[in-house]
Design a protein around this ligand. Structure first.
Ligand SMILES: [Zn+2]
Length: 252
């Protein structure tokens, strides 16, 4: 069984110069599945061009909560048109971010909820971004039920359990490998294995021992190994579980 990266941005500018090397390192490290996340239509078009015969790429598109001020109805409709594409297997990342913007909370909730409803109509899962907004994220999702993954989950173990009760998956990033990781460890110990995923969110949130470097999908292995160590799991067992979860969530 191979590793997978359930959330990466290799369509980001940060990878324009050496994408081929990045893909080679994925193959060398047996990271053979990855979800490429796009927040902009141009990034999505570019993501559709990324192919490698050794790696199964899937793609998702969504209106990022930090961008809602820029989104008018015309632009909203162009996103929605792409949500119908067969290549767009999930809607996301979507959600709420009160860390950077608090002046437009109502608008963030509205755009989030509308995208949740569309995903449900299309029978597609959603990838949720929530920062400093966990209770509101929970409330909106509860009112607009959807097959969902909490990407880069960084809130409490107690809230993680609430999301699991709503049917959500919890995706763990490289922060679980950091020295000060305490809550992420509580989260992995308390979320059922069949609801866990791992991701890089690259180019951000680089796991140890690469902190300070640009993150990339091959580094997801460090996150996976750390979780195996903490939970006393065989790597093969965990990889198999991750692959099952990934396929079940994204309907692959
Ligand atoms: Zn992301």
């Amino acid at each position: 069984m191979n590793w997978l990266d359930s959330h990466c941005h290799i369509n980001d500018e940060a990878f324009r110069e050496d994408l081929q090397d990045v893909l080679d390192r994925m193959a060398e490290n047996e990271v053979t599945k990855a979800m490429i996340i796009s927040s902009y239509l141009e990034d999505y078009e570019y993501a559709l061009q990324i192919h490698d015969e050794r790696i199964a790429f899937k793609r998702s598109l969504g209106i990022y909560p930090g961008d809602v001020d820029e989104v008018d109805e015309k632009l909203f409709d162009s996103y929605v048109r792409h949500y119908h594409d067969e290549e767009c297997v999930a809607v996301g990342e979507i959600g709420l971010d009160y860390h950077w913007q608090k002046h437009n909370i109502l608008r963030q909730k509205e755009i989030f909820a509308r995208q949740l409803d569309i995903a449900t109509q299309l029978n597609k899962p959603v990838i949720i971004h929530s920062r400093d907004a966990i209770q509101d994220t929970y409330d909106v999702l509860k009112a607009h039920p959807c097959k969902a993954v909490m990407h880069c989950y960084s809130d409490s173990m107690e809230m993680a359990k609430e999301f699991v009760r709503l049917g959500c998956y919890i995706s763990i990033s490289g922060t679980v490998t950091w020295k000060n990781a305490k809550e992420p460890l509580r989260v992995i110990r308390n979320v059922p294995l069949d609801r866990l995923l791992i991701e890089t969110d690259c180019p951000y949130l680089t796991p140890s021992p690469h902190r300070g470097e640009r993150n990339e999908p091959s580094f997801v292995v460090h996150t996976g190994k750390k979780i195996c160590e903490e939970l006393g799991l065989e790597e093969e067992t965990f990889k198999k579980q991750l692959n099952e979860n990934y396929h079940r969530l994204f309907g692959l």
